[in-house]
Design a protein around this ligand. Structure first.
Ligand SMILES: NC(=O)c1ccc[n+]([C@@H]2O[C@H](COP(=O)([O-])OP(=O)(O)OC[C@H]3O[C@@H](n4cnc5c(N)ncnc54)[C@H](O)[C@@H]3O)[C@@H](O)[C@H]2O)c1
Ligand SMILES: O=C(O)C(=O)C[C@@H](O)[C@H](O)[C@H](O)COP(=O)(O)O
Ligand SMILES: [Zn+2]
Length: 369
């Protein structure tokens, strides 16, 4: 298939367990791609959510059936609350009686919630069945479908139960973005910009030039190059450090704050990408205070300020600080933050004082009030 602007060349993710492709496809061709990947039917499980099912369940099922496959579609409620032990348990109750075999592929069709939940189910069913992500949210396309982090939330904190479980492939149909609500474009662009901050000044420049086309007009021709650039960065970081022994932590830029914000606000109140946008503003502020000459704070913060976020004036710093203690980057009791020496030059800081972190949160609250 020749590359086109909406379906550029594939990328690949090189991990210890396997090298897998990220392909830009038509959803109707998924079964042919599964065959090509050595994943055979006739049975296939598709895990999706109600919103995504409303648009894509019927065409995908028809395409599978026309190719001689037997799809079993499982639909979960949309939203962060589905990343729960209860929902996972319901998923096992639905899937195990089907008598799946170790070779039965499981596809997740949807955003990061379905990917993380369905990915964890695939990792644990029969000790692991083949997983293919079909990401339909911008956030899932630029970030969550790549790299093998799967899991669920706990009342103690975000993503605290999970596994590393790499998919066999990521099959992206950019045209699914056309049904995505406006808020979800913001969520996706937050994680895309994150990849620019940690690794690619050109992606930051590109986003500055095209954000209106992307967020305002949902212009796929402007969006797909940003998606591919973000995917490329994520694939490289994961290939270098699959299990987060070192540089993979950079993908957590903005996330020490973000996960605390999501937890304290109540899962689903502030969406993940929105929380990451707020967390990056705090991390940029902290970075700039340490090395004012190396970062054009006002320019970079102005880019983040174009990502609309909910009112966080009610989130007290004390509660956020407590929640941050459960961050998975915490070491020897010290809360750690990914900061920037410069755009494209991140590091993990373990010496941020409580007072400096509070000043960063005060800045975010004042700027978003
Ligand atoms: N595993 C990872 O590496 C990783 C990376 C980043 C984020 N995450 C996780 O991903 C989750 C956030 O993902 P998300 O932002 O995709 O949220 P989401 O999965 O809740 O999707 C956002 C909303 O968009 C809807 N939707 C998705 N695709 C659609 C489409 N094409 N048309 C219409 N509606 C559509 C969904 O139903 C949902 O309501 C968080 O739980 C976050 O922690 C994981
Ligand atoms: O893939 C990674 O590594 C990331 O950190 C990507 C993040 O965008 C994502 O939100 C991830 O789920 C956070 O990981 P966690 O280990 O901090 O839960
Ligand atoms: Zn994230």
């Amino acid at each position: 298939m020749p590359a086109s602007r909406l379906r550029p060349d594939a990328l690949s993710v090189d991990t210890d367990i396997r090298t897998y492709p990220i392909r830009f496809v038509h959803l109707a061709d998924v079964s042919a791609h599964l065959n090509d990947l050595g994943l055979h039917g006739p049975r296939v499980v598709v895990i999706t959510d109600e919103n995504v099912a409303a648009h894509y369940r019927t065409p995908l099922v028809h395409a599978f059936e026309a190719a001689g496959w037997t799809p079993h579609v499982v639909v979960v409620p949309p939203g962060e609350s589905s990343k729960s032990l209860d929902r996972l348990s319901t998923l096992y109750d639905t899937l195990l009686p089907l008598g799946l075999e170790r070779s039965t592929p499981v596809c997740t069709l949807g955003g990061g919630v379905v990917g993380d939940l369905g990915g964890f189910a695939a990792a644990t069913l029969l000790r692991g069945v083949p997983l293919v992500h079909l990401p339909t949210s911008l956030l899932a396309q630029v970030d969550s479908s790549i790299g093998g982090k799967t899991g669920i939330n706990h009342t103690v904190g975000k993503n605290l139960i999970g596994s590393f479980y790499q998919p066999h492939a990521v099959l992206v149909d950019p045209e699914t973005l056309l049904t995505l609500p406006a808020r979800e474009w913001v969520n996706g662009m937050a994680e895309a910009v994150k990849h620019g901050f940690i690794a690619d000044p050109e992606l930051i420049d590109y986003t500055e030039r095209h954000l209106v086309d992307i967020l305002g007009h949902h212009d796929l021709e402007a969006t797909v190059p940003a998606v591919r650039a973000a995917m490329h960065i994520k694939a490289q970081v994961v290939a270098d450090d699959e299990r987060e022994a070192g540089k993979r932590a950079w993908l957590n830029f903005g996330h020490t704050f973000a996960h605390a914000i999501e937890h304290v606000a109540g899962y689903g109140t502030v969406a993940h990408g929105e929380a990451v946008a707020l967390g990056m503003r705090a991390a940029l502020y902290l970075s700039h205070r340490r090395a004012p000459a190396a970062l054009d704070h006002d320019r970079l913060d102005a880019l983040l300020a174009q990502l609309p976020t909910p009112d966080v004036s009610g989130l007290a710093f004390e509660a956020l600080w407590d929640a941050m203690r459960h961050d998975k980057k915490t070491k020897d009791g010290t809360i750690r933050f990914v900061l920037l020496h410069a755009v494209g030059d991140p590091f993990v800081a373990d010496d941020c004082t409580r007072a400096s972190v509070q000043r960063a949160w005060d800045f975010v609250q004042q700027s978003t009030a």
